[in-house]
Design a protein around this ligand. Structure first.
Ligand code: COA
Length: 254
């Protein structure tokens, strides 16, 4: 069986998603985007998963979009498939009910940084470098970077990173609030699992509701909350009973 370019493993309520194309520093190709999409589907439905860790195999977290793949796309394919799919899939990770922790084990560039920004928290190994090198290639960060980066670290620092394409190391990134913690490389996964276990031990519904509140619930989430509340009122029971008994309902407002 061919090795998956993005792997998913689930242990003790913690899912680990590993970008697994280490020979290309986990550069994201179309196959990996499709696999991330399928994994987001699975995580979204899996009520046993309480925390998601997102990391990379080898010496990089992810060096961004596969330059060779996107540079051969037609303008229409670029717009429809590459940019819109990437946007949608990263948004799916951002909107997963469970907290997502990006565990930055190495280079985090371009689309890799955009994926990390779609996570709720970021842990980085000492020495990890982060950058948006797109302008050096004459393109732009097109998977949400121009929106998520300033939202996290402010417009001024975001502009510095995006305009210059310069690398920022983990220590500076921590000072800017771009990563939550910097950890020795050999302790990175252990720290990630410790934090995941701490979160996973808490009430999952409460944790997930707070994520939605902090992120600004989208209409679908608001309707889900309102729908759950309304369905469990005495009025809803009365409405269903009245329908069954073919009579007018007597609502009490409870
Ligand atoms: N897309 C496709 N392949 C990539 C890639 C990318 N974004 N980044 C690296 N690779 C490939 C290289 O082509 C190389 O493949 P090869 O061994 O078949 O030639 C392999 O990954 C290793 O990269 P290499 O450049 O040899 O490693 P390095 O340690 O010398 O340098 C980087 C690492 C990250 C500094 C360098 O690879 C780089 O600048 N990559 C581009 C990052 C970028 O611009 N990202 C934004 C994309 S829109």
């Amino acid at each position: 069986m061919p090795t998956e370019l993005v792997q998913l493993s689930i242990t003790n309520s913690v899912a680990t998603v590993t970008l697994n194309r280490p020979d290309k520093l986990n550069a994201l190709n179309g196959e990996m985007l499709d696999r991330l999409d399928a994994i987001a589907d699975e995580l979204d439905r899996n009520r046993d998963v309480r925390v998601v860790l997102l990391t990379g195999a080898g010496k990089a977290f992810c060096v961004g979009a596969d330059i060779f793949e996107w540079s051969s796309l037609s303008p229409l394919e670029m717009g429809r498939r590459w940019i819109r799919d990437g946007h949608r899939i990263f948004e799916r990770f951002a909107r997963l009910p469970q907290p997502v922790i990006a565990v930055l084990n190495g280079y985090t560039f371009g689309g890799g940084l955009e994926l990390a920004l779609a996570a709720d928290l970021r842990l980085a190994a000492v020495g990890v470098q982060l950058s948006f090198p797109e302008v050096k290639l004459g393109i732009i960060p097109g998977w949400g970077g121009t929106q998520r980066l300033p939202a996290l670290i402010g417009a001024s620092r975001a502009k510095q990173m995006i305009f210059s394409g310069a690398r920022v190391d983990a220590a500076v990134a921590e000072g800017w609030g771009l990563v939550n913690e910097v950890v020795a490389a050999e302790e990175l996964m252990a720290r990630a699992h410790q934090l995941a276990a701490e979160i996973a031990a808490n009430g999952p519904v409460a944790v997930q509701l707070t994520k939605q509140l902090i992120d600004g619930a989208e209409m679908a989430s608001l309707e889900a909350l309102a729908g759950s509340l309304a369905s469990y009122t005495e009025d809803a029971q009365e409405g269903v009973a009245a329908f069954r008994e073919r009579r007018a309902p007597q609502f009490s407002g409870r």
